[in-house]
Write a protein that binds this ligand. Structure first.
Ligand SMILES: N[C@@H](CCC(=O)N[C@@H](CS)C(=O)NCC(=O)O)C(=O)O
Length: 202
């Protein structure tokens, strides 16, 4: 059975837990407590030299980085809409994956890391970048159901979802982002959806 090296409070790990649940893939969960140094142990660094969760191990294949794991799972188990091959549709997915690894990570995720985990980042700068992420998402989702467009979700939605839904924990309430809230509700309505601590129901 595939293994997921996982930390419950990690939004990056939740991306993987969520897609695995939506795809109905069973796996063994291996808890790595990053607060007590679990991601920096010699045993874990032998699995991921970056010292980060999530890591997904499928037989001999060991994959680290949430974006890479999402792409792998989409192609291995998912229907085409999760990661299309048509050039423009693929580019649309990649655009929003880029947002997930930039404004969402350095904004929303970092603001939460300061307030929830006591990490030493600049809160004002993170919140400012987080607001810019929410503004871009709100604009897109005012006219589209899903980030990459079309009628079905893609891994772009899954990559962006956890830290957007957790934004209030970073001091960024979503009250003024109605389209973002509606999109969170659509993700939560997908068959198989699983939540995580800190994500409210919309
Ligand atoms: N770009 C990586 C980021 C992963 C990451 O930052 N993981 C954090 C938890 S959310 C971690 O494992 N940190 C370990 C540490 O700080 O020691 C991904 O998307 O997988």
């Amino acid at each position: 059975m595939p293994r997921l090296y996982d930390f419950e409070l990690s939004g990056n790990c939740h991306k993987i837990r969520l897609l695995l649940a939506l795809l109905g893939v069973e796996y063994e969960r291996i808890d790595i407590d990053i607060r007590s140094g679990g991601s920096q142990s010699p045993e874990f660094l032998a699995i991921n030299p970056r010292g980060q969760v999530p890591v997904y191990a499928d037989g001999d294949a060991v994959i680290w980085d949430s974006m890479a794991i999402l792409a792998y799972l989409a192609r291995r188990y998912g229907d085409a809409h999760w990661l299309p091959t048509e050039p423009l549709a693929l580019a649309r997915v990649m655009q929003w994956l880029a947002v997930s690894e930039n404004e969402i990570l350095y904004g929303l995720a970092r603001a939460r890391a300061v307030l929830k985990m006591g990490r030493p980042f600049d809160l004002d700068a993170a919140q400012a970048m987080g607001r810019s992420a929410l503004d871009v998402l709100e604009q897109r989702l005012a006219t589209e159901h899903w980030l990459a467009g079309g009628d079905m979700p893609s891994i772009a939605d899954i990559a962006c979802f956890p830290y957007v839904a957790l934004a209030p924990q970073g001091g960024l309430p979503l009250d003024t982002y109605p389209a973002v809230r509606a999109w969170i509700g659509r993700v939560q309505a997908l068959p198989g959806y699983v939540g995580m601590p800190g994500i409210e129901a919309y």
